[in-house]
Design a protein around this ligand. Structure first.
Ligand SMILES: [Ca+2]
Ligand SMILES: [Ca+2]
Ligand SMILES: [Ca+2]
Ligand SMILES: [Ca+2]
Length: 708
């Protein structure tokens, strides 16, 4: 109690010193105050956070591409951090000026700030309204192989590894699918970028888009040497070899056509010296290596993690420290895989113990591929787990892959056999790469579901706590990965008029008969968004109008229910002409008459574009006919009208086409010679005479018009 008060007072004094003078005298008090305290490193998780599941659900509804998902997730994470961290940063900066906070570091992949300070200050931070939780900045370590053999290994065996054979990867290669065009990643100890099995497929050299930016393909949070990949141990080169190692070396990798990138946060200082914040930095790199949220060519399809943390590192059961960053990566499109751990029946590592739903965290067990029964390895961490939303029991791990005596690349150009679940998860990484070559957009959840459903069941029937769903089967997984619908056929007019609604048809077929959605770019910066679902092969009619006259390129793509997208259709060129005004209305009818008598008038207009027309007539006596019709262009129609008062009346008429373009005003004058009450009885004979004269002599007409 006494100590607490003491510290509280000191913090106040320090703060006052800052506010009043910004001078140094009060700063000197700080070290004295915290003499008896150790500096601790903690991760402060702020309350404000991005609801990633809700973004994913919304994106599912919109049939969003991975590129869209990636951008939305990254921008949301960055904005949330940007908007909610400033107050805490201000507070920490003040304390840092007083030397009470030694260092702090802000992240955005989770709304997190790492703070190195005294425990009593941590306690104060934890009580802030904007803070959700404070975690220790724990240590992390790789899952050390239980067995390594460097002895007597020939340089090249020129043969396919038994584990690669067991998961049926060569049968997938025979389909022409090797992971080509897919980017894979690992977070490990690093990778020997010169190893012949891997060198030519490091994205930093293999893809010209990386020119001048090796740091987009290799991230070293420990030493900051981001120009060329290297391995501080041998573990990372070995695991990457299993993912995608290949010619001219041995056939050690599952996806030898894939390009790779890597981050090296694990075991860099020798032993367990690195901390969670290095892993966060690595995930923050991984989710957008080029730092441009609008691009996702730089974002790996998959990342395997052959490391975990255990209670031995101080982590409590079901520790959530990593969950938010892993969810962020997956919401942005990257499948995250973890090795289950090498603790056998002592349980699973963290985060592989997480079972908040059927898919997270994706944990991999190790089997012996050379054992005829594919027996589970003794060391492979077993389930169940209780890290479920309500604490009930759930089966773990999720899937099994070869992890005993796995031969793969090691730094210096050689090969060696390691055993451990570290060796199993890279096999799954490679399988995901093969699947993403078949369907580049397939969702993270669909990938996991297909891997589960196509696995070869081992052990107890069905999902079990040794093997999960069983041994991964690359061939079946690839066959069950949905093929894209065909490029849509798009048909319709090649000419049109501005504002006119035009009809088009489109159709695509899906190899598996899946329902299809369509996305149309109309060439005028407008898109249809995803429309559907429609049956495979069903002809769909769509309409569009262009507001301005120009030439436009229309493109369409199709997507099935598994997010397998077709390419864009060939551009459909359409030339839009300006809309033309209907002609001035021609009005015909008598030029004079008597009040109260109905007279017949005809109206005609033509539209140069042949549009149908509607008409507005103003009789000049307070009566207006609003938009009669539609009539065909050039069609004449008749209306009757009578006037009550005597006088000259200007009949006015307008025609309007279907697009809403109006003619100029037309007018026609009629003279009414008498009020309605006097008509008929008084002047019946006179009417008849004048009428006939006016018909016969145009001059009479003129005279009558001038009179009124
Ligand atoms: Ca990017
Ligand atoms: Ca089973
Ligand atoms: Ca399909
Ligand atoms: Ca027109």
């Amino acid at each position: 109690m006494k100590i607490k008060n003491h510290i509280f007072l000191a913090v106040i004094l320090v703060s006052i010193g800052l506010v009043v003078t910004n001078a140094t005298s009060s700063v000197n008090m700080a070290p004295k105050t915290y003499d008896n305290e150790e500096v601790v490193s903690v991760l402060v998780y702020l309350k404000d956070h991005v609801d990633l599941d809700s973004i994913t659900n919304q994106m599912d509804r919109q049939r969003a591409s991975l590129r869209n998902r990636h951008e939305t997730v990254v921008v949301s994470l960055q904005n949330t951090a940007l908007n909610s961290q400033p107050q805490l940063i201000e507070y920490l900066t003040e304390l840092q000026n007083q030397d009470v906070v030694k260092e702090f570091q802000c992240f955005w992949i989770g709304n997190i700030i790492r703070v190195d300070t005294y425990q009593s200050v941590v306690d104060k931070i934890a009580k802030r309204d904007d803070v959700y939780k404070v975690y220790p900045n724990y240590e992390i370590e790789l899952i050390a192989p239980v067995e390594k053999s460097f002895e007597g290994e020939p340089i090249y065996r020129n043969d396919v590894e038994p584990g690669i054979e067991a998961i049926r990867a060569p049968e997938v290669w025979d389909l022409g699918i090797t992971g080509e065009g897919v980017l894979v990643a690992t977070l490990d100890t690093g990778v020997d970028g010169d190893h012949p099995a891997l060198a030519d497929r490091w994205a930093g050299v293999a893809d010209p888009r990386y020119e001048g930016h090796p740091e987009w393909a290799w991230y070293d949070p420990y030493a900051g040497q981001n120009d060329f990949p290297y391995d501080s141990g041998s573990h990372g080169t070995h695991t990457m070899g299993t993912v995608c190692g290949g010619a001219p070396g041995d056939q050690i990798g599952v996806a030898p056509g894939a390009l790779w990138i890597a981050a090296a946060p694990i075991d860099r200082g020798g032993g367990i010296s690195r901390t969670v914040s290095d892993a966060i930095l690595s995930f923050e790199w991984l989710i957008d290596p080029d730092g441009d949220p609008e691009t996702n060519w730089d974002v790996p399809a998959v990342c395997s993690n052959s490391w975990r943390v255990t209670t031995g590192h101080g982590y409590p059961d079901c520790d959530e420290t990593f969950w938010s960053y892993l969810d962020a990566c997956e919401a942005a499109g990257t499948v995250i895989i973890f090795s289950a751990g090498n603790e056998g029946y002592s349980g699973l590592g963290k985060p592989p113990d997480r079972a908040t739903d059927d898919y997270r965290c994706f944990a991999v067990a190790a089997v012996d591929a050379e054992d005829p029964d594919w027996l589970i390895a003794d060391f492979s961490s077993r389930g169940p787990t209780y890290c479920t939303p309500n604490g009930s029991e759930a089966i773990k791990p999720d899937i099994a892959a070869p992890g005993v005596s796995v031969r793969s690349s090691i730094p210096g150009g050689g090969y060696s056999s390691f055993s451990g679940t570290s060796m199993a998860s890279p096999h799954i990484n490679g399988v995901v790469a093969l699947m993403r070559q078949v369907n580049a957009n397939i969702s993270v959840e669909s990938i996991k579901e297909i891997i589960f459903q196509t696995a070869y069941d081992l052990g107890d029937p069905g999902e079990d706590n040794d093997y999960g769903w069983g041994m991964v089967d690359a061939y079946e997984a690839v066959l069950h990965t949905s093929l894209s619908p065909s490029m849509p056929d798009f048909n319709g007019p090649n000419t049109g008029i501005a504002g006119e609604t035009l009809e088009f048809t489109l159709v695509s077929t899906d190899p598996e008969g899946d329902d299809i959605y369509y996305y149309i770019e109309w060439g005028d910066n407008s898109t249809s968004e995803w429309i559907g679902p429609y049956l495979s092969g069903e002809e769909v009619t769509v309409t569009h109008f262009w507001e301005t006259a120009d030439t436009f390129e229309v493109k369409v793509k199709a997507m099935d229910t598994h997010y397998a997208e077709s390419g864009w259709s060939e551009p459909h060129i359409i030339t839009i002409a300006p809309n033309q005004r209907p002609a001035r209305v021609t009005i015909n009818g008598p030029v004079w008459g008597w009040g109260g008598t109905e007279y017949e008038f005809t109206f005609t207009s033509t539209d140069p574009d042949g549009h149908d027309l509607v008409y507005k007539i103003n009789w000049d006596d307070g009566n207006i006919e609003e938009w009669l019709g539609p009539y065909s262009s050039g069609e004449t129609f008749t209306l009757n009208h009578s006037w009550k008062e005597k006088g000259g009346f200007w009949i006015k008429a307008w025609a309007k086409d279907t697009i809403g373009f109006e003619s100029y005003q037309a007018s026609f004058k009629i003279n009414i010679l008498t009020n309605a009450s006097k008509e008929k009885t008084m002047h019946k004979l006179l009417i008849e005479i004048i009428d006939r004269l006016a018909d016969r002599y145009p001059l009479m007409n003129k005279i009558l018009q001038d009179l009124y």
